[in-house]
Design a protein around this ligand. Structure first.
Ligand SMILES: [Zn+2]
Length: 431
């Protein structure tokens, strides 16, 4: 190495006196670059009480992983002074400007790691950075906690409450979104009424006012309604399209499954053809909107509609409910929406399909809040979009799926937190 390389790296690493690069070692075989950083000061201020010019007691050695230089894995090493203070009689280690206390990564490395974890599954980010995913999870939790402590929820007025399961059918997590700011406010394990009470406390702790929440959009869970009654006293509940239509899709699936079970040979002849089909292969066509059908699904659904199967009736009921929602969104007229819904309910009650009769009862009992959700179109698309993001967060947490991991990555990606470290390359990428 020529003289001057150290000075060059001192400025490349952004170091200022008393810190400077003392030595640079490049190992081309191991594709590794090691920087020996030196603190040239003979005396330093006490990190504890601030007293100036205190004696350096010793210099324990420490190392930090830094951002790669091209393909070279970069490490910083330094003997970090501990100051023996005559003023407060404490011996304390001085902070280094490139890393937070206790971390074996430099701040820039951590910032890049966080930026990657917003875009990639954590396992994949760890592989790219050549570190353990456990190390990344620790940092995600640290920075998210720090950023959330400074998060401001004072303007929250309209929230969406939803549950999601981490593993199929078990360990539920409740998530609360701000439907105006379109961001995740709160996540917690469980889906009982206490989760809503916990949210209200968290809202308060972040400068929000539970009494200022005017509107809650949720599924038909009685537990959430109870929690809202206790903790968000001024909020009107509405049930959004996403959840209501999902219930109709479930009812339809139940009808189809029962028909398959009871009449496994359920076949019919499509008019004008000799084609015989079973209802087994119809599941996806029945779930999708006609616009999304493949040619095969279009043919199968055409056949279904001309059959006398219960599954066909169930499908027509589901589609009719979708249309009730579409007309309500277009008319924006609560009374018309209510009349329209009532017509659907009366059909569902008389349809001789048990799952739809049950659904009709559920909706009738909550009709006012269902109609509110029909007109309040603001929440509907958003709830679906948030659900998509939650699925991505789940994939990001794959391989390390505890509830707290999942909640931390969801906060990182969905909370629009303002106090996270900036992307290390942000200035270079601007423009
Ligand atoms: Zn001191």
């Amino acid at each position: 190495m020529s003289v001057g390389i150290e000075g060059l790296f001192t400025s490349a690493l952004g170091l200022v006196p008393p810190w400077e690069v003392d030595k640079v070692e490049l190992d081309t075989a191991r594709r590794r670059i090691d920087f020996e950083v030196r603190c040239s000061a003979k005396a330093l201020s006490c990190p504890h009480c601030g007293a100036a010019d205190q004696r350096i007691h010793d210099r324990p050695r420490r190392s930090w992983r830094h951002l790669d230089f091209f393909q070279f894995e970069a490490w910083l090493h330094a003997d970090v002074p501990r100051v023996a203070c005559a003023g407060c009689a404490k011996t304390s280690q001085v902070g280094v400007p490139w890393a937070r206390e206790g971390s074996g990564f430099t701040a820039l490395f951590e910032a890049l790691a966080l930026a990657l974890c917003r875009e990639l599954p954590v396992k994949q980010a760890a592989a790219l950075l050549r570190c353990a995913d456990k190390q990344l999870w620790r940092r995600i939790e640290h920075y998210v906690e720090q950023a959330r402590a400074l998060d401001d929820m004072s303007t929250v007025k309209i929230v969406g409450i939803d549950d999601t399961s981490l593993h199929k059918g078990q360990s539920y997590i409740t998530v609360v979104h701000d439907l105006d700011a379109k961001r995740l406010l709160f996540g917690v394990e469980g889906r009982d009424h206490q989760t809503v009470v916990d949210f209200a406390a968290d809202l308060k702790a972040h400068g929000g006012d539970p009494e200022a929440v005017q509107h809650v959009c949720q599924d038909m869970s009685a537990a959430y309604a109870k929690g809202v009654g206790i903790a968000l006293p001024n909020a009107a509940i509405s049930y959004d399209r996403f959840h209501v239509v999902a219930m109709a899709i479930d009812a339809m699936a139940t009808v189809r499954q029962a028909e398959m079970r009871d009449e496994p040979q359920a076949v019919a002849k499509a008019p004008g053809t000799t084609e015989r089909k079973t209802i087994k292969g119809l599941m996806w066509g029945m779930r999708k909107n006609p616009g999304g059908w493949s040619i095969k699904q279009t043919n199968a659904m055409h056949w279904l509609q001309h059959s006398s199967l219960k599954s066909a009736r169930a499908w027509r009921l589901k589609m009719a409910l979708r249309e009730v929602y579409a007309r309500a969104a277009a008319s924006n007229n609560p009374q018309a929406a209510r009349d329209d819904l009532n017509a659907w309910l009366s059909w569902a009650r008389r349809c001789r399909l048990e799952p739809f009769k049950k659904l009709a009862k559920t909706i009738t009992e909550r009709a006012e809040a269902v109609v509110r959700g029909m007109i309040d179109n603001r929440s509907n698309a958003f709830v679906e979009a948030m659900n998509g993001l939650l699925q991505q967060a789940k994939r990001a947490a794959r391989g390390f799926r505890t509830a707290s991991n999942f909640i931390a990555i969801a906060y990182l990606r969905m909370s629009k937190l303002k106090h996270l470290p900036a992307h290390p390359f942000a200035p270079a990428m601007a423009k």
